[in-house]
Design a protein around this ligand. Sequence first.
Ligand SMILES: C[S@@+](CC[C@H](N)C(=O)[O-])C[C@H]1O[C@@H](n2cnc3c(N)ncnc32)[C@H](O)[C@@H]1O
Length: 312
Amino acid sequence: MTEKGLEHIPVLLNETVMGLAIKPDGCYIDGTFGRGGHAKAVLAALSSEGKMLGLDKDPEAIKVGQALALDDERFAIEQCSFATLSDAVSERLWQGKVDGILLDIGVSSPQLDIAERGFSFRKDGPLDMRMNPDEGMSAAEWLATAEMGDIERVLKTLGEERFGKRIARAIVETRETAPLTTTTQLAALVEKASPFREKNKHPATRTFQAIRIHINNELGELTEALQQAVDALAVGGRLAVISFHSLEDRIVKRYFRDQAKGDDLPSYFPVTADQLNPSIKLIGKAIKASEAELAANPRARSAVLRVVEKLA
Ligand SMILES: C[S@@+](CC[C@H](N)C(=O)[O-])C[C@H]1O[C@@H](n2cnc3c(N)ncnc32)[C@H](O)[C@@H]1O
């Protein structure tokens, strides 16, 4: 498939590279390679001794990574979830030796723009939404079999969709006569089931987001990856996470806060903060895209970057 017109503009690029405080001879992992925008910026800051591993679930991202690996012997790519980062690290004997890890979570622009991937309600395609279409259940398969209560719960918790119950009921009623197989079919169903529209937001936005997060287990995989990433880092190594959704950012923020606080002892215990064995320290505050970046790339709108450094 030609990638013309399907570029991905990396978000918060300079902020991320600065946040990673690249060591030229260091060892880096990009857990969400995508089209390699961030990875190439990290490689540009590495010497010939530096090394970088890219991970992604998406076969199209892997093809781009394989082409880069042929061009640049410092780089390698592996198709897997970042939730299995520790396996990729152990295979290379990199445990406790990685100088920086980036997770730029969510979907890439090409995933949204290619109709066949089924991520977008604006494009007519099969209702798929899997980051790796060769693994797990597609959105259509899930919607064909899920209990109404489960669909409602997913729409409410992962999409904050207040009409979750009506939409879930409409899905279950519709599938009794014909299966839901396309993105436009689902978008039209949601539009019909929603009593009114939010300004500047298609009524299917929340439903698509919720189903995507659910079928890819995005929050569960993020939670698993954070601990593995911190474990993989060398002392002084950095972890940078860019999230695009408040539910994801909450997981990152809480995990970082708890790890930076250390052992959870009762407040009357006579210990100083460093005796609580914090595993990381926070580097600066959460960073959002500048006005200039937003003007050039509206998809950076909800991006939040958080960076931490491994202590011990
Ligand atoms: C926002 S894009 C990353 C873009 C990349 N930073 C760039 O500059 O091109 C997110 C990427 O993460 C991948 N992804 C999402 N969840 C993943 C997971 N659990 N494990 C590995 N890759 C994942 C997606 O397939 C997508 O390619």
